[in-house]
Design a protein around this ligand. Structure first.
Ligand code: HEC
Length: 157
């Protein structure tokens, strides 16, 4: 294992979406570009933001309606009423590889979880075409695994 470039490997985002942001307009599909626009205009970005598209704040799961969650989220630690059902907003990097979704794994596909986000976090409906666009965008966030992770996996085979 070579540690010399470890830092670079870990901090350089290399998903097709990053290439798109760096100016390669063909790095992601037209559908994914539309999905990225929707991600911004519909309000997903209010919570999933920053270089990791999430991962830097907490928010309530179920702003619109009761999600029937069995876990209480941050409340379990802080015992403050306002922390009930508050969870970490997850980073969406490599999200297409990490099913099942949400703290209790209730959604098994990206389509399903995006539908739930619209319902519970935005209080609106989404139609099929837009749903597919957003899913394409989420798929464009899958980066190559850093060499070091490949090394570790390789050595376990
Ligand atoms: C008000 C804040 C908020 C908004 C707006 C929001 N999310 Fe989320 N999102 C969350 C929180 C909090 C979770 C984690 C909930 C849990 O673990 O139960 C989450 C989870 C997710 C997950 C699951 C990730 C995983 O690894 O389990 C995806 C995918 C996702 N959001 C996509 C979206 C999309 C797409 C939109 C826009 C349609 C959106 N979110 C809008 C707060 C938000």
């Amino acid at each position: 294992m070579h540690f010399r470039s470890l830092k670079k490997i870990l901090i350089t985002p290399n998903a097709p979406f990053d290439k798109y942001l760096r100016g390669d307009k063909k790095a992601i599909s037209q559908r994914a570009i539309k999905g990225y626009m929707l991600f911004k205009t519909k309000g997903c970005i209010a919570c999933h933001n920053g270089i990791n598209i999430g991962g830097n704040l907490y928010n309530k799961f179920g702003i619109y309606g009761d999600t029937e969650s069995k876990e209480l989220g941050r409340y379990a630690i802080t015992h403050k009423e306002e922390d009930k059902y508050v969870f970490k907003v997850p980073s969406l990097r490599n999200v297409s590889l990490t099913a099942p979704y949400l703290h209790d794994g209730r959604a098994s596909s990206l389509k399903e979880v995006v539908n739930l986000m619209f319902k519970y976090q935005l209080g609106r409906r989404i139609h099929g075409e837009e749903l597919r666009d957003i899913v394409s965008f989420l798929q464009s966030l899958t980066g190559e695994l850093p060499e070091i992770v490949k090394d570790i996996n390789g050595s376990m085979e």
